[in-house]
Write a new protein. Structure first.
Length: 318
């Protein structure tokens, strides 16, 4: 279970303080090229395994896609299977109002200037003004206000989710987020076509960093390990059309792709987690030489067949 830098469970640094701008000078590309590899190496060194099974949700998939496009040989050597839940890469079809507003260059410039003026680099900190108020807010009107917010920014149909636990969710959310993560996602909405590009620093800085006026695309074709993709038809953050575009870029390496009646947060808080208990676990088991009767009716047919053979079970008729 990894922690991305900047959240309250991972906010320490050997020399920088979280109040400094330098501390927050990162986005999910840095997580993919530095933080996630550090986590993977720690796990592998601790366990003695040669490869890891990775399950990422939302930003946890974006950092893999960006990181593996830049250091493909590292990920190829360390991944036995990578499972993407609600993966945002292209953001062209994202319909979240906040991101649509931030997609406008003038708005991004104003927000960035404001953040740097008042030093609000951690835009979603963990404190009473955010987390505490959120808990109180979600307790009003039997959670209907939180349902409305969820429908506006994450899940088109909140009835999919276990909203009875809002108090527990919001007692831990938000937990911290660097502003450049949000800005980078918003930049991807501003392009005329579906694309997945590196951070746009402006022409002058882009020339210094990339040797071009515009940021280059991440080369998703460079990803060279098995990938399973799980999308949600009710997902407002990782829109189904954007997920489909991402699938088409990666399909040579995709061993499983399915769209479920789930929203963005549903992958973590749905009333029914069968997609995970059956389909995800069927894939995890298959790639780790294991078998479980509870996954025999999964949507991953190669896993079903192999597991039936191991258990001596007669094949089901599909």
């Amino acid at each position: 279970m990894g922690n991305n830098r900047g959240n309250r469970f991972s906010d320490q640094h050997t020399s920088l303080r979280p109040s400094s701008k330098a501390y927050w000078d990162f986005d999910w590309e840095d997580m993919g090229t530095k933080d996630t590899p550090a986590n993977i190496d720690y796990v592998l060194n601790f366990t003695g395994f040669e490869k890891i099974t990775y399950i990422g949700h939302s930003e946890g998939t974006t950092q893999i896609m960006s990181g593996a496009s830049l250091i493909p040989e590292y990920y190829k050597a360390k991944m036995n299977i990578c499972i993407f839940l609600a993966p945002p890469a292209s953001m062209k079809n994202n319909s979240v109002l906040l991101f649509e507003l931030l997609a406008l260059p003038v708005n991004r410039a104003m927000v960035t200037a404001m953040i740097e003026t008042i030093h609000l680099y951690n835009i979603l900190p963990y404190n009473f003004a955010t987390t505490g108020v959120a808990v109180l807010f979600c307790n009003l009107f039997n959670g209907s206000l939180c349902d409305l917010v969820l429908a506006l920014v994450m899940d088109t149909d909140p009835t999919i989710d276990n909203t009875d636990r809002y108090d527990m969710y919001m007692s831990n959310e938000p937990s911290g987020a660097g502003y450049r993560n949000i800005i980078h996602y918003a930049q991807l909405i501003d392009y005329n076509v579906e694309t997945f590009k590196r951070y746009d620093w402006g022409k002058r800085e882009n020339q210094k960093r990339y040797g071009s006026d515009s940021p280059p695309d991440y080369n998703l074709k460079a990803l060279d390990f098995p990938i399973a993709m799980f999308g949600g038809s009710q997902d407002k953050m990782a829109d189904p059309k954007d997920v489909e575009w991402t699938y088409n870029q990666l399909k040579d390496k995709v061993i499983f792709y399915h769209q479920y009646y789930l929203g963005h947060m549903s992958f973590a808080i749905a009333k029914s987690m069968d997609y995970f208990l059956v389909d995800v676990m069927a894939i995890v088991n298959h790639y780790n030489g294991m078998c479980d009767e509870s996954t025999l009716n999964s949507n991953y047919q190669p896993g079903n067949v192999e597991c039936m053979q191991k258990l001596g079970v007669e094949p089901f008729l599909y």
